[in-house]
Design a protein around this ligand. Structure first.
Ligand code: FES
Ligand code: FES
Length: 189
């Protein structure tokens, strides 16, 4: 059993300890905001926060998370009020949206360290890949998020309430137990 904290809730995973964190979050905890892109640590779609650092969850095993604090996009705020979420919504950063959870998690870790990053610092910290090409607005949004975080600016258009991480976890189908050999297949409806 591997134990750590996800979105401020203690979790225990009865999975192979070498299971990538990404799949424990998505398949066992139904926290599907964290996306799978490349699986090789290159694209950033799967980034979560582990003890304050932006980490690609496809490249870290659950064993390596033992006793640590993991935050996913679902747990960043309970109402999408995090400065990065506000800034992304206010500036309309998202296009197809697939890369956005990883972008937001990476940006949140950056402005926590440095709320006024220069373009070069943003480029160095946010290496996430976006096939829609949001990069110019991404920089602008990160600068705005930093100003929101320090209280230097507010935005009036708060995004609507998001999913409650507790609710997401409650709806988890969890991992379907393996069927014993010869057992009837489930209805394929
Ligand atoms: S899926 Fe993890 S970095 Fe691409
Ligand atoms: S918004 Fe489409 S991949 Fe980034």
């Amino acid at each position: 059993m591997t134990r750590f904290t996800v979105n401020n809730q203690p979790v225990s995973y009865a999975l192979d300890p070498q299971t990538p964190l990404l799949w424990a979050l998505r398949d066992a905890s139904n926290l599907t905001g964290t996306k799978f892109g490349c699986g090789t640590g290159e694209c950033g779609a799967c980034i979560v926060d582990i003890d304050g650092a932006a980490v690609p969850s496809c490249r870290v095993s659950i064993a390596a998370c033992e006793g640590r604090f993991v935050t996913t996009i679902e747990g960043l705020s309970r109402d999408r009020s995090h400065p990065v979420q506000q800034a992304f919504a206010a500036l309309g950063v998202s296009q197809c949206g697939f890369c956005i959870p990883g972008m937001v998690m990476a940006a949140a870790a950056l402005i926590r360290r440095n709320p006024s990053p220069a373009d070069a610092e943003i480029d160095a910290a946010i290496t996430n890949i976006c096939r829609c090409g949001i990069y110019p607005r991404l920089r602008e949004a990160i600068r705005l998020a930093g100003r929101i975080a320090t209280g230097a600016e507010t935005v009036s258009a708060l995004p609507p309430p998001g999913i409650d991480p507790g609710d997401a976890a409650a709806a988890v189908p969890a991992l379907t137990p393996l069927r014993s050999p010869g057992a009837a297949a489930p209805d394929a409806r």
